[in-house]
Write a protein that binds this ligand. Structure first.
Ligand code: DGT
Ligand code: CA
Ligand code: CA
Length: 574
């Protein structure tokens, strides 16, 4: 048990005593002990193990020392449990929300009968809390904010939420004079699907000035720590940003260090040690002479170690250092290699924009082509297309292609794979299209055997070109379906079928390790955004991130092909 946990229990006790209307001095004693323990530099658990007297901690007397020992050695405190039992149920749940003190907790409990965070949330949404005596709209809103932050605390944040936040901060800081090299680091730069926090690095003529400017940004809700070259802050809903600014000449080693991964850095340091070099965020120290070499770029840093540059997405200690030693790091696919988006919805099904609007936006992005792949009419999909409407859409696309220059629209569909593995549209209409993607949208709780058979049937269906979002997971919200992906990928390889990396940031399906397996099996991958509006076309970078983490080069990704070659592949498949 950590000191902070012990402190929380004593703070709770203080609050419960206040709710009970007990002696103020008793209550204050617990408050004082909670604060002292929370900030105590040594771990209580170790002090107890070493037989040290806890009364040496200022603010901790005999009674509290005894309770601390009980709590840490048994994991429970009878006094605390009894106190909780005396008061309305769930009141400690309310006290755990920052900003809710004993008075408010008591009021919420006695007047609204609220005993859990969930109940509190719905009461706020129904306007009951704002009405409660003395609590206005603003307080209620702020409580709601805290609830969200609390929920997020132990949660990793999807990259799709984190990246826009850091970009917003970067655009606020980059106009400051003398600022250069602003770059997200950590898991965000490695394009992991979720991040624990945001790490942001940069260089400046005057690092301290940038740190102060950061702390004063309107985006910053709370500054956790601030020094002359670094600051940590909560920006919103519990999302933490760690900013580090240094002078210009040692950015390479700083960025390298804080990009991680930790495991990659450990392997790298170990290798350096064998070469008589000591690696740190400040540079590389030559052990025999003690001189410190500085690096303004990561490339130079890796070269100094006798290594080829390793792109951040590969820095997961999965053999990349050995590959770099052999100059065998591949040239990974880049966003600029992508020539079109192969998974797009429009107003014809559940999307937002017209085909023409999407086509023009795609042309502005520099794409050569897009595929319109609205839903079929299958179960549970709003406004899916039946054969008749699909033919109408096909005619509209043909006419559009005659009018438009600089972009080609492929006629496609995202056909539903029914529970029995059959497709939701007949062969006659599917055979008229340029591209058919198939995907599961219903009956997701089938057994692994059934689901695998179902999807295999679709992969083997001559009308299908692409299998989309093969596991149907939604990051943080829906677990992947039970499916034997190895069997699916092998079948795709055998049948020359394409498997999608769905770039929508809450899907990222295939995920990195499965995309790597697909690549190794020789399965061609397509990156599609599953856009439901023009703005979603920007999701492509997340899909490219997954492909890069899967060691994919442009040749492994179908939609890096120019239009004519893409059409040749698609036609060859049918
Ligand atoms: P996250 O935030 O949990 O998604 O993962 P990261 O990788 O962003 O980790 P974070 O934010 O704790 O630290 C950023 C980078 O800083 C990490 O990838 C490597 C480096 N780093 C942090 N702590 C250590 C450490 O104790 N040893 C080494 N070698 N590197 C560290
Ligand atoms: Ca991080
Ligand atoms: Ca961090």
């Amino acid at each position: 048990m950590k000191n902070s946990k012990v402190a929380t229990v004593f703070q709770d006790i203080a609050d419960l005593l206040e709710i009970k209307g007990e002696n103020v001095f008793k209550m204050r004693a617990y408050q004082k002990a909670a604060r002292a323990i929370d900030h105590y530099p040594r771990e209580l658990k170790i002090m107890i193990e070493e037989g040290e007297d806890l009364r040496n901690i200022p603010g901790v007397g005999e009674a509290i020392a005894k309770k601390t020992v009980e709590l840490i050695t048994t994991g429970k405190l009878d006094y605390y449990e009894n106190l909780k039992a005396e008061l309305p149920q769930g009141i400690t749940n309310l006290l755990a929300i920052p900003g809710i003190g004993p008075k408010t907790a008591k009021k919420l409990s006695s007047e609204l009968g609220i005993s859990s965070v969930d109940e509190l949330e719905s009461a706020i949404n129904e306007g009951q809390v704002a009405e409660l005596l003395g609590l206005g709209e603003k307080t209620a809103d702020s409580i709601l904010h805290q609830i969200r932050a609390l929920r997020r605390k132990d949660q990793r944040i999807p990259i799709g939420e984190a990246l826009p936040v850091v970009e917003d901060i970067m655009s606020a800081l980059s106009p400051i004079r003398g600022v250069r090299n602003l770059t997200p680091a950590g898991s965000l730069r490695r394009f992991r699907e979720t991040v624990g926090d945001i790490d942001l690095m940069g260089t400046a003529d005057d690092p301290a000035q940038v740190i102060s400017a950061f702390a004063a940004l309107p985006q910053v809700a709370q500054v956790l720590a601030q020094g002359s070259t670094r600051a940590s802050a909560i920006v919103r809903d519990g999302l933490q940003v760690d900013l580090r600014m240094v002078e210009h000449d040692c950015f390479g080693s700083l960025l390298q260090y804080f990009t991680g991964s930790k495991q990659h850095n450990i392997s790298l340091r170990e290798r350096g040690r064998k070469q008589g070099l000591k690696l740190s965020e400040y540079g590389i120290a030559v052990m025999v002479t003690g001189s410190l070499e500085k690096f303004s770029t990561e490339e130079e840093f890796y070269h100094r170690l006798g290594l080829q540059y390793i792109p951040p997405e590969l820095r997961e200690a999965q053999g990349e250092i050995e590959k770099a030693e052999q100059e065998a790091i591949p040239k990974l696919v880049e966003l600029a290699d992508i020539k079109g988006d192969l998974h797009i919805h429009t107003g014809w099904s559940d999307g937002h924009d017209s085909i023409e609007e999407v086509a023009l936006a795609a042309r502005d992005m520099g794409y050569q082509y897009i595929a319109i792949t609205d839903h079929s009419a299958g179960r549970g999909i709003a406004h899916g297309l039946d054969a008749e409407r699909l033919r109408k859409q096909l005619a509209e696309i043909k006419a559009l292609n005659e009018r438009l220059t600089g972009i080609h629209v492929l006629a496609g569909v995202e056909v539903d794979i029914r529970a029995d593995g059959s497709l939701d549209l007949p062969h006659e209409v599917l055979s008229e299209l340029d591209i058919v993607i198939a995907a599961v949208h219903s009956a997701m709780h089938q057994s692994q055997e059934k689901m695998t058979r179902r999807v295999l049937q679709a992969v083997e269906d001559p009308d299908v070109d692409v299998l989309a979002h093969p596991t149907c997971r939604l990051i943080g919200r829906r677990e992947p379906v039970a499916i034997d992906l190895e069997a699916i990928l092998r079948a795709a390889a055998r049948n020359d079928k394409i498997v999608e990396i769905n770039a929508m940031p809450d899907r990222l399906d295939l995920k990195d390790i499965h995309a790597l397996r697909a690549r190794d099996l020789g399965v061609k991958l397509a990156i599609g955004t599953d856009a439901h509006s023009i703005a979603h076309l920007g999701f492509m970078r997340f899909g490219v991130g997954v492909a890069r983490r899967a060691w994919c080069e442009a040749q492994h990704v179908l939609n890096t092909l120019p239009l004519a070659e893409l059409l040749a592949v698609l036609n060859g498949n049918r």
